[in-house]
Design a protein around this ligand. Structure first.
Ligand SMILES: *Cc1c(COP(=O)(O)O)cnc(C)c1O
Length: 433
């Protein structure tokens, strides 16, 4: 119609779409369930036009802010929530959570190995005294996942028994830039049963990035005490302009609020300016954005499979987050995929993404993100650290049909380059003869 993809490619796409059918059906079911859950929370909390008018100054008595927290808490089965545009990103919300919950000499244990890159400086900023957790006397340990990307329960149990002073357990559901599988609510349930059987006091903190409203239930129902994430990912529904959230046990959310604003003030202050409506609207749109994202991820996985590439998750595996990774094997393919995807993005389609040093990451990163909101990964985007085995992580979509064009454009660039290389190689062989 409007895009001239190679007909071999469009035939592959048709096949990939057929192969996605069973998975699409499952996603439709969760979409129905979560849509009703979200609507119910809006009704129960009597969301009204008056909640859209923001406060300025100190932001006292902001009914919109209060109601948004209540709606969010209900959706995620939490006692309370702190949903704020004042969180700069997910890393900031997680930082506030750690500093809110942990005190000097407390022990923090990660049960999913090394956390997301940007959190590593939060835990221990090796070079300077940046005021990381370590600078404040908080001790950190980690236990890696086992080979099947599962929690290592024997090691965790052993640690719990030997370290009675353990204050908090951290688990990261989504993979970050690794090829492991994400953690499901079922995994969290197993962990929480074990942890709470040893001590009720240990706080389970869950990095919930990219997992919001993918499954029908919530990590909090499964036993997590706090969930944390970014509003330019799932729960902003592609509409929130910035922000993050913390939700869970009331006393813990309160501690985090004291860290975000000031001890003694907590949730009672913070002007919302004009942003409430976008945050409500985005939350309302989350089930839909998640559905579009999941369909895009599954379609992409099926496309890559037909090209013989290794993906996580595999096309038919059940989904816990909206991330789709694929090993593209060489740097050229990686760059070409990201560039092709950018070419079919609604914003900045004419720009060419280049690998770049980014704050908080320890190697060059390429990001294709022709998005309305800067860096929003609930919109179709693809990013990757430039390192072996040249995997790319793609996520997001506000419109499956549009995002399909992005995926095809990315793959077309890879295939074109492969053909050019083949022709060149053949010519060189000919010349040698
Ligand atoms: C995105 C993400 C974060 C937070 O990243 P920000 O870019 O700071 O929002 C943390 N953990 C995981 C697993 C993530 O995917």
């Amino acid at each position: 119609m409007f895009f001239n993809f190679d007909c071999k490619l469009t035939n592959l796409a048709k096949k990939a779409e057929l192969n996605s059918r069973a998975q699409f059906k499952k996603i439709e079911e969760t979409f129905k369930f979560n849509s009703q859950k979200v609507l119910k929370a809006f009704l129960d909390n009597r969301v009204s036009e008056k909640h859209f008018s923001g406060t300025d100054g100190y932001g006292y008595g902001d009914e919109g802010r209060k109601t948004l927290d209540a709606v969010f808490a209900q959706i995620f089965d939490a006692q309370d929530a702190l949903v704020r545009h004042n969180f700069i990103n997910g890393t900031h919300a997680l930082t506030v959570t750690f500093f809110g919950v942990l005190r000097k000499n407390d022990i923090l244990l990660s049960v999913t190995g090394k956390p997301y890159e940007t959190l590593q400086n939060v835990i221990d900023s090796k070079k300077k005294s940046h005021g990381s957790l370590k600078d404040f006397g908080i001790k950190y340990f980690q236990i890696n996942l086992n080979k099947n990307s599962k929690l290592n329960f024997p090691k965790i149990k052993d640690f719990l028994i030997k370290n009675k002073g353990l204050k908090a357990i951290f688990l990261q559901r989504s993979s970050g830039y690794s090829f492991r599988k994400p953690l499901s609510n079922k995994d969290i349930k197993k962990l929480s049963v074990l942890v709470k059987s040893i001590s009720e006091k240990i706080v389970i903190i869950c990095d919930n990035c990219y997992c919001e409203l993918v499954e029908p239930d919530s990590p909090i129902t499964a036993g997590a005490d706090l969930i944390v994430g970014s509003l330019i990912k799932n729960p902003g529904g592609g509409i929130a302009p910035t922000g993050g959230y913390i939700a869970g046990k009331r006393v813990l959310v309160e501690k985090c609020a004291y860290r975000l604003t000031a001890p003694g003030m907590g949730k009672e202050i913070g002007a919302t300016l004009g942003v409430n409506k976008s945050l409500f609207f985005g939350l309302f749109n989350t089930p839909s954005a998640v559905k579009q994202s999941l369909k895009t991820a599954i379609f992409a996985a099926n496309m890559f499979k037909t090209l013989g590439l290794e993906t996580t998750p595999k096309p038919n595996e059940s989904r816990v987050d909206i991330i789709q990774s694929v090993k593209l094997k060489n740097k050229k393919s990686l760059l070409n995929f990201c560039r092709g995807l950018q070419k079919c993005s609604p914003i900045d389609s004419f720009l060419t993404p280049e690998p770049w040093d980014m704050i908080g990451y320890n190697c060059k990163i390429i990001m294709a993100a022709g998005t309305f909101t800067q860096g929003a990964s609930i919109e179709l985007s693809a990013d990757a650290p430039i390192r072996k085995p040249f995997g790319v992580w793609l996520q997001g979509s506000l419109n499956y049909e549009v995002s399909k064009m992005g995926i095809l454009s990315g793959i077309q660039e890879v295939l074109l380059e492969n053909n050019r290389t083949k022709i060149k190689d053949n010519k060189q062989k000919e010349a040698k003869k």
